[in-house]
Every structure is written in structure tokens, then in C-alpha cells.
Design a binder for this molecule. Structure first.
Ligand code: SAH
Length: 237
């Protein structure tokens, strides 16, 4: 890998993750290795190792390092797993999964983000990443079952297709709740049944799709703006 002027900042980020309670050495080492600054827009690269989410365009965000570490630790990866990720975004979480598991299948709804992530992962040499554009709430049936599933956006509930595509003994980590605030849950599939454990409250961008949230309502245009006169009868226009 090329010389990295931000290595010191990345080391500090990892120390902070340890102080916050992240223990899994493999997770800490992956986060100490992967250049997060290459996954954020150039003008905010100086903020890449702060413990904060950052905008990545198209109204989406790269998650805060602590949450990435917590979710990855909760997956309990050994290096042998086939993993499904919903919400590729920048591809940063994908890179971490690539370091820690056998093969990663990641689905992103926005084609431009998928393209950017694919290019970054290729450049960094992650040949075990497969990225597809589509509705991740439907999963990736041709590649199922998966040992681990991670969803990096908020969902109203666990999508049925994802649960069906999780292997027996497998684990699924996802933020479940409202459109703009959720709780992070870890689900384990034991003899077909779900055992769940809560991690912490969190705020993710919503997953939009068939088993996710509906797409945003288009804003109505008109001479009166949002607070224009109300119609008292008839159809909405
Ligand atoms: N893990 C990402 C952050 C993702 S933010 C990172 O490390 O950068 C959540 C992402 O989910 C966004 O990129 C959003 O476009 C995507 N998304 C929303 N709904 C989706 C769906 N139904 N299927 C796949 N991706 C979806």
C-alpha cells in the first residue's frame, strides 16, 4: 500500500475505539489498516478519523467508526464466513468485512455509490467483494445462505427474505426502529428461531425498499409552498 500520511490519526482512532470498549483484536487491526480517508469526499478527508458519520453524497453517510466497530464485533467473524451486506455506501464497512471474512456480497440502491465503492475496493485489492445495485431488502437469493448479514441503514423490521437467507447458526446485525432513529440488534438463528440481543440506540439513514421504508414523498410545488391554502374537499393534487 502507498505511503499513508494519516497513519497516526488512524492509530489514535483505534485507541479511542479501545477506550470505548471495542475488544476484538481482529476488528481493531482491520480498522487500523483500512484508509477511511479514501472512502470520504476529498474536501473532508481531514475529518476521516474523527468518531463521526460523514456525508458521502446523494444524501447518504458513512457511519461513525465506533458504530462500524461495534456492528463488526457483534458479527463475530472468524475469516471463514460468507457475508451479505445491505447498504454498501462508500464501501468502508465492506472493506472491513473483506478483511475479516471469506467473501462479501454487498447491495447498494444508488448506482453512483455502488460504482464508487467498487472502484475503491478494487484499487485496495479486495477481490472477495461482490457489489450489486438493487433493493437489498430482497437479499441476494442466488448466493444464499449467508453466515452473517449486516444492514447499515435503518429498517422498520427484519425483512423476511433476509431472515430466510440467513444460515442456521448465523447472525444478523441491523438497526431496527423508526425512519430516523433505531436500536441496534443482533439476531441469531437457532433451529430456525430468532434469539435477539440489543446493543444500543443509533441513528442511521433509512433503508428504502420493498421491506424497508417507502421512498420520500416528492415535495409538492406550487405558488404557496409548503404552507399554501388547504383544500377542504376533493383530491390531493
Ligand atoms: N456502510 C456504508 C454506509 C451506508 S449508509 C459505509 O460504510 O459507507 C446506507 C446506505 O444504504 C446508503 O448508501 C443507501 O443508499 C443504501 N440503501 C438504502 N436503501 C437500500 C436498499 N433497499 N438496498 C440497498 N442499499 C440501500
Amino acid at each position: 500500500m502507498r505511503e499513508d500520511p494519516l497513519a497516526d490519526e488512524r492509530r489514535r482512532m483505534v485507541e479511542e475505539l479501545q477506550r470505548f470498549g471495542i475488544r476484538d483484536e481482529r476488528v481493531l487491526s482491520a480498522m487500523g489498516k483500512i484508509p477511511r480517508h479514501l472512502f470520504v469526499p476529498e474536501h473532508i478527508r481531514h475529518l476521516a478519523y474523527e468518531d463521526t458519520p460523514l456525508p458521502i453524497g446523494h444524501g447518504q453517510t458513512i457511519s461513525q467508526p465506533y458504530i462500524v466497530a461495534l456492528m463488526t464485533e457483534a458479527l463475530g467473524l472468524t475469516g471463514q464466513e460468507k457475508v451479505l451486506e445491505i447498504g454498501t455506501g462508500s464501501g468502508y464497512q465492506t472493506a472491513i468485512l473483506c478483511e475479516l471474512s471469506r467473501e462479501v456480497f454487498s447491495i447498494e440502491r444508488i448506482p453512483e455509490l455502488a460504482k464508487g465503492a467498487r472502484e475503491r475496493l478494487e484499487e485496495l485489492g479486495y477481490g472477495n467483494a461482490h457489489i450489486r445495485v438493487g433493493d437489498g431488502t430482497l437479499g441476494w437469493p442466488e448466493e444464499a445462505p449467508f453466515h452473517r448479514i449486516i444492514v447499515t441503514g435503518g429498517l422498520p423490521e427484519v425483512p423476511k427474505p433476509l431472515w430466510e437467507q440467513l444460515a442456521e447458526g448465523g447472525r444478523l446485525v441491523a438497526p431496527i426502529g423508526g425512519r430516523y432513529d433505531q436500536y441496534l440488534w443482533v439476531y441469531t438463528k437457532e433451529r430456525g428461531r430468532a434469539h435477539k440481543r440489543a446493543l444500543c440506540p443509533c441513528t442511521f439513514v433509512p433503508i428504502l425498499g420493498e421491506h424497508g421504508f417507502p421512498p420520500d414523498e416528492p415535495k409538492k410545488k406550487g405558488p404557496f409552498g409548503l404552507f399554501g391554502p388547504r383544500k377542504t374537499s376533493g383530491e390531493d393534487v
